[in-house]
Design a protein around this ligand. Structure first.
Ligand SMILES: [Zn+2]
Ligand SMILES: [Zn+2]
Length: 258
């Protein structure tokens, strides 16, 4: 099993554990590397990192590097949304993720609930589910330029509510064109997550992204990294065995180092 996880959240954003608890839990699980990647500041959301905490966050992880560096490689990451406002200085890596998209001059959340997403599609996209998907993947395609991300987080997060019936036909030509464009725009410079967070939280039967998207990534020479997106220390490395099998089935190149 891969023993490195670079997508975890602490009390600095919406996780429940201190960074130190995450590091010691990863050591306890026999991990060789752990990255903390709290949500970068975003003006319109309440669960991201506060502006005033940014320095303290970087300092705390530097302290953990010194304290535990002989037992585990500790990295200071950040998960930046397309609309995050943050200073990229001092981070070992950036995960670029889309949690919000813009339509008609308004910002809409992608991952709050099925009901809210349906309301957003009706209001922002005149009920056109594929216009919503097009805007989502267009925003994903711009993540690298906007945030400097090295890793693309949960590539098809918009499928979060598929078990609840909010589905997209991946063979729909508009949907497919949109995700292929997002891959083409980022594949040279970025690594793509195989993110198990949705399985841990009971939303998904499979990791992000889907099998069809994984196949497309392989066709484009894409590389992947396994991520738990853990919000509590128990979930570090969660479902990595399954994710690795999923990746191997499609011949994905897994890079679990930074
Ligand atoms: Zn995220
Ligand atoms: Zn996350």
């Amino acid at each position: 099993m891969i023993k490195a996880d670079f997508h975890t959240h602490s009390v600095f954003s919406d996780g429940i554990n201190e960074p130190e608890e995450i590091v010691t839990a990863a050591i306890g699980k026999g991990f060789t590397a752990i990255g903390i990647s709290d949500h970068a500041y975003e003006p319109f959301d309440s669960w991201c990192m506060k502006k005033r905490d940014e320095n303290r966050y970087r300092e705390e992880i530097e302290r953990l590097k010194r304290l535990y560096g002989n037992r585990i490689k500790v990295l200071c990451g950040i998960e930046a949304d397309y609309y995050s406002e943050f200073d990229a200085y001092g981070y070992d890596y950036i995960i670029g993720s889309v949690h919000y998209i813009e339509a008609k001059g308004k910002i809409y959340s992608v991952d709050m609930s099925k009901e809210e997403t349906e309301k957003n599609i009706a209001e922002g996209f005149c009920g056109d589910r594929y216009a919503y998907a097009e805007r989502y993947f267009e925003t994903v395609g711009k993540l690298r330029e906007k945030t400097g991300a090295r890793i693309i987080g949960h590539f098809d997060l918009l499928t979060k509510f598929e078990k609840q019936g909010l589905t997209f036909d991946e063979e729909n030509v508009r949907y497919k064109t949109a995700y292929v464009k997002a891959i083409e725009r980022t594949v040279k410079e970025c690594i793509f997550e195989i993110n198990t967070g949705g399985i841990t939280r009971g939303y998904k039967e499979r990791p992000y992204p889907s099998e069809r998207i994984i196949k497309e990534l392989v066709k484009h020479g894409g590389k992947c990294i396994l991520s738990s997106d853990a919000h509590e220390k128990e979930s570090i490395g969660g479902f990595f065995d399954e994710a690795e099998k999923f990746a191997n089935k499609y011949g994905v190149r897994i890079i679990n180092e930074i």
